[in-house]
Design a protein around this ligand. Structure first.
Ligand SMILES: Nc1ncnc2c1ncn2[C@@H]1O[C@H](COP(=O)(O)OP(=O)(O)OP(=O)(O)O)[C@@H](O)[C@H]1O
Length: 414
């Protein structure tokens, strides 16, 4: 119900075993959910009897394996059994990997937009976690930015429960002030669509795969538990090329010797909802706000700081993504220019931009391009006369590094 209405309506639902109760909550509206008896889960994570769970701007499915008795409006045709079977198959591989001292399974989830890939990833990760595994969640869906900012490619060791109200957001963050134990490896692509700059997307996914493999080499639990890889919904020609590349960098082979690959077709849940552009945009904006201000349950206090323009250097990647081929300088082909760094002279146009702070210590093009990200800042004001810029940062103090990458994301603080 809209927040300015005080009236509360409550309703009780009873679920049969293996039934799902689905509901959608718009932004600006809140729904509270309480489990009165029995057992139930939301995208694989169990909810407890008693506490109230609050949702806003979300599409939710509450599933029960046990339940009591049935009523209308509750869906009984869910693919949850096949999802559970997939989890069990992954578990078998984990056991085998443990016995042989090998690398556990890597599951890459592909399909068009809005078929439930992210939800299935959450379910598989939550089930693995419930069996004391510590899988790595690799998020290649730049649109969503499940883990941190939209536009990022991330790999995160999942070692604590995925929050049912907030998703991954509350448990993993690049924001150091939250002190999360699930610090992700982050690369910044900067656009919502992998097709926007395919070359850059490929460079960064390869880099992410390399870093994720290095991480699991040092961590026995994560190595045995393996990875769950969520992809973007791009499946046209470019999308297929990208999927092939992603399978390849995570050590699978789609052609020739396919012995190390199993392809499983899973049904889309009838509950998965198509999200309108406006809703997606709202989700992105919420994600950006969350980075700086936290969540209702874990509020953060970002800092507004004045910095000198000459203390930082901002780059954009890819002149090709900004201009048509005909407008490119003579001698630069699009492929090259797609990963070319272009220095951005700060002026009023960068106001409201989100900038990614790289870990790089030198402006060397290759280093900067492939650098991981240690945090994000928001540009709230640019004062050209004083040559200063007001920025929002998640924690106080000087910026620890100097080189920043700008993508296409803008945000208005509200
Ligand atoms: N069983 C379900 N019942 C109700 N809603 C669901 C169910 N499964 C998923 N959803 C909702 O449907 C929407 C789309 O699901 P999801 O994000 O998993 O799809 P996706 O394939 O990852 O999409 P994209 O590739 O576009 O990011 C989400 O808002 C999710 O919360």
């Amino acid at each position: 119900m809209p927040e300015d209405h005080v009236e509360e309506i409550s309703k009780e639902w009873k679920l049969d075993p293996e039934h799902e109760f689905r509901f959608e909550v718009d932004f600006g509206t809140t729904v509270k959910l309480k489990l009165i008896s029995g057992t139930a889960e939301i995208y694989g994570t169990e909810i407890g009897i008693g506490p109230e769970y609050e949702f806003s701007g979300r599409k939710i499915a509450v599933f029960t394996w046990h339940g009591t008795c049935s009523v209308e409006y509750v869906a009984n045709e869910t693919p949850m059994t096949s999802y559970l079977n997939m989890h069990l198959a992954l578990e078998q591989r984990r056991e085998a990997a443990k016995a042989k001292g090998e690398q556990g399974p890597r599951a890459i989830i592909v399909g068009p937009e809005d078929v439930g890939k992210t939800s299935l990833s959450k379910i598989l990760l939550a089930y693995a976690l419930r069996q004391s595994r510590q899988p790595i969640f690799v998020d290649l869906d730049v649109n969503e930015g499940s883990i941190t900012m939209p536009g990022t490619l991330t790999a995160t060791p999942i070692n604590q429960i995925i929050d049912v109200e907030e998703g991954f957001g509350s448990s993993a963050t690049t924001s150091p002030s939250l002190g999360s134990s699930m610090l992700p490896i982050v690369y910044y692509y900067g656009y919502p669509d992998p097709g926007e700059n395919v070359k850059l997307y490929k460079v960064l996914t390869a880099k992410l795969a390399q870093s994720a493999k290095r991480r699991i080499a040092e961590d026995d639990d994560a190595r045995i538990s393996g990875m769950v890889i969520d992809t973007s919904g791009l499946i046209d020609n470019t999308g297929y090329e990208i999927i092939q590349h992603c399978v390849d960098v995570f050590d699978g082979k789609l052609y020739k010797d396919r012995s190390n690959i199993n392809v499983l077709k899973l049904a889309k849940s009838g509950g998965v909802v198509d999200r309108e552009k406006v809703f997606r945009r709202q989700v992105q904006m919420r994600k950006i706000r969350e980075y700086f201000y936290g969540l209702p349950k874990f509020e953060l206090s970002p800092c507004s700081t004045l910095i000198n323009l000459n203390d930082i250097t901002i780059y954009r990647v890819g002149v090709g993504s900004l201009a048509p081929s005909s407008a490119l300088p003579i001698g630069i082909d699009r492929k090259v220019s797609e990963t070319q760094l272009v220095k951005v002279e700060p002026d009023d146009t960068i106001r409201h931009s989100i900038l990614a702070l790289t870990a790089a210590n030198s402006p060397d093009e290759q280093t900067l391009l492939e650098s991981n990200i240690i945090g994000f800042i928001y540009v709230s004001e640019v004062d050209m006369v004083k040559q200063k810029m007001t920025i929002l940062t998640p924690c106080p103090g000087r910026l620890p590094k100097q080189y920043l990458i700008m993508g296409s994301y803008k945000w208005m603080e509200s």
